[in-house]
Design a binder for this molecule. Structure first.
Ligand code: NAP
Length: 256
């Protein structure tokens, strides 16, 4: 995909920016001219992402931030530090931090259920709220908040009762945020990846990967860049009349 310049002057916060999809989002956004805040729980992977980003555009600069999206204090510090560094809040936010802690429903421990919901759902809430509050407070005329859900939030998935519930939750959160924030010019959308090749899915046994692949109408596992392309569209004015939407990036997995 040829680089465009749709995101020049769009300061962008990417949580999970050290991970597979988050890193691809940071790279795609930087290649389109955005300044990027690479935020992650893992400083090392976030710093590696930073080192891979294109720079040199007019006024373009990037930074790394360590954050635990499940902590209100940590998220508040993150947004404050971005405003101190760039003298403005992020105009675009991509919520890509996420975890899995899989088990069957009959065995799922309460702690595993709670932790996945805390990071994936509450984390998306805290970041969305903090960014929206900062945008409204500074009188920004527009913003775009993109949350990475999952196709399994719609379809369910064996062994992922906690994860599927958290991802169904982010869709409801996003649709509600879209309704409440549209009067401030802030659009909120989800992308719903299917099975994408990242460190998260590296842990999945080969047997399961082959089975998943056989279920994908397009016949292959997706690449992080293919999710990033859709995030860039949703961040840009090309999607200016889209809010409250969920875009499936799944190769057709679980069409329904
Ligand atoms: P990944 O490579 O594991 O990246 C996730 C990143 O989030 C990691 O760098 C992780 O850091 C970070 N993170 C975890 N907990 C955090 C916290 N509390 N605060 C801040 N950062 C935290 O996974 P990915 O595949 O790129 O996933 C990105 C998003 O896409 C997730 O929301 C995931 O649920 C979603 N998704 C992925 C797929 C897929 O097939 N890969 C499909 C559907 C949806 P650590 O490494 O330190 O944990």
């Amino acid at each position: 995909m040829a680089a465009a310049a749709r995101l020049v002057s769009r300061l962008t916060l990417v949580t999970g920016g050290g991970g597979g999809i988050g890193r691809a989002v940071c790279q795609r956004f930087a290649s389109e001219g955005a300044s990027v805040v690479v935020a992650d729980a893992d400083q090392q992977s976030a710093t590696e992402t930073l080192g891979s980003l294109q720079t040199g555009g007019r006024g373009q600069g990037h930074m790394v931030a360590v954050v635990d999206v499940s902590s209100r204090d940590s998220v508040k510090k993150l947004v404050t530090s971005i405003q101190a560094h760039f003298f403005q809040p992020p105009l675009v936010c991509v919520n890509a931090a996420g975890i899995t802690q899989d088990d069957f429903l009959l065995n799922m421990e309460e702690e595993k259920f709670d932790r996945v919901v805390q990071v994936n759902l509450k984390g998306s809430f805290l970041v969305t709220q903090a960014v929206a509050q900062a945008l409204v407070a500074c009188g920004a005329s527009k913003g775009s908040i993109i949350t990475v859900g999952s196709i399994v939030g719609k379809a369910g998935n064996i062994g992922q009762v906690n994860y599927a519930a958290s991802k169904a939750g982010v869709e409801g959160l996003t649709k509600t945020a879209a309704k409440e924030l549209s009067r401030f010019g802030i659009r909120c959308n989800c992308v719903l990846p299917g099975f994408i090749s990242t460190p998260m899915t590296d842990r999945v046994p080969e047997k399961v990967i082959q089975k998943m692949k056989s279920l994908v109408p397009l016949g292959r596992i997706g690449e992080p860049a293919e999710v990033a392309d859709v995030c860039a569209f949703l961040a840009s004015d090309d999607s200016r009349y889209i809010t409250g939407a969920s875009v499936e990036v799944s190769g057709g997995l679980f069409i329904g």
